[in-house]
Design a protein around this ligand. Sequence first.
Ligand SMILES: NC(=O)c1ccc[n+]([C@@H]2O[C@H](COP(=O)([O-])OP(=O)(O)OC[C@H]3O[C@@H](n4cnc5c(N)ncnc54)[C@H](O)[C@@H]3O)[C@@H](O)[C@H]2O)c1
Ligand SMILES: O=C(O)C(=O)C[C@]1(C(=O)O)C=C[C@@H](O)C=C1
Length: 383
Amino acid sequence: MPDRIAVLGIGLIGGSIALGLKERTDVEVIGYDRSSEDLGLAAALGAIDKGTVDLAEAVSEADIIIIALPVGAIKETIDRLAELPLKEACIVTDVGSTKSEIVAHSKKLKQKGTIFIGGHPMAGSHRSGIKAAHSLLFENAYYVLTPDPDTSLLAVQKLSRLLHLATRAELIIMNPIHHDRVVGAISHLPHIIAAGLVNMVGDYNEQNEWFHRLAAGGFRSLTRIGASHPIMWRDILLSNQEELIKLLDDWMLQMLKMRTAIYKQDANQIEAFFARSKQLRGQLPDREKGLLMPLYECYLDIPDQPGEIARVTAILSENDVNISNIEVLNNREELPGVLKLTYKKEQDYQQAVVCLKAAGYTVFTDHDSADPSETKVKSKLMS
Ligand SMILES: NC(=O)c1ccc[n+]([C@@H]2O[C@H](COP(=O)([O-])OP(=O)(O)OC[C@H]3O[C@@H](n4cnc5c(N)ncnc54)[C@H](O)[C@@H]3O)[C@@H](O)[C@H]2O)c1
Ligand SMILES: O=C(O)C(=O)C[C@]1(C(=O)O)C=C[C@@H](O)C=C1
């Protein structure tokens, strides 16, 4: 087990790893950031033992250095580390959302004999900064490492073990080019689409403010990630140019096909488009990821009258159903006049659907058939 870890950038990702390190290992954590205020907060939260705005001081005695800065700053920091005295056998890793360019850039460290192993934890949030950090942010998520083929196996094992302890993520190894193609499609392109839609609707809203007022569940859930950090996403897009150009070409082709289908009133093609998407979306592997245990959810239409929530809870308790949470979606931003019930156990969820239906309620589940046998585990989104 290494003795001292330097975490460079103590924001959402660096802060979450640091919190996990302090919670689940015995290492000393030194935080480096340009914001001394955030370093103070990180120390107060117990994420770091010591904070400094001096890079040389942060890394001089470190056994492992984790660079958790925006992608552009990761490259600059690799350049600076290449000029600084580092401990022998020190391992440097990063958490950047792109890998090919960063790994290529790390050659400068390799030339001086320092091991660099690229990394990317596949969980996060649209929020940023130490205030949004959490020690279980990466629980059960994948954490990709992209070691060069000639990297010592012992070093990869040492880093994987530490990161697994700190994050409870599942460590996997991937080629950086492959990583950038896959993550380009499932993370970078969706962020472009979400931000593009928010901006387009924002333009319409300048002429007519009903665009924002009427924005309901569909727009809000699709565009949550449109609120992400501009500098982080600027750097990611600049760093994955080649893949994103190909992905955007494919995306525009998809949209053109839909435009043609709508123009021609081609009902079959439009239906097939959504049928395929519904089937594929349902096949996404469930991962018990994030802050909380997997949850089962159902929604219930309730009349707007006093005592209605008490009636629902009474029915559930008479039937020995344990609910994890009950939420009134009465702000009309999601579903109007609706109770959202969450359960930790599938058995409770199934029992609840049956007894609430028997009591005359309309119950919606993840699937519109409301069939409990089609239960889908949901992970609670971090927001
Ligand atoms: N946010 C996510 O969902 C997510 C998920 C996985 C990986 N990542 C990657 O993690 C990295 C960090 O992202 P984050 O979400 O933690 O960002 P963040 O904004 O929450 O944290 C970045 C921290 O770095 C500091 N910082 C920025 N530039 C600096 C510089 N030049 N010198 C010193 N300190 C500097 C900031 O003060 C901040 O505390 C990025 O490379 C991002 O691509 C992000
Ligand atoms: O959940 C979110 O808000 C995220 O954007 C997390 C997310 C993503 O899934 O796209 C964003 C960037 C990463 O590099 C990894 C994960």
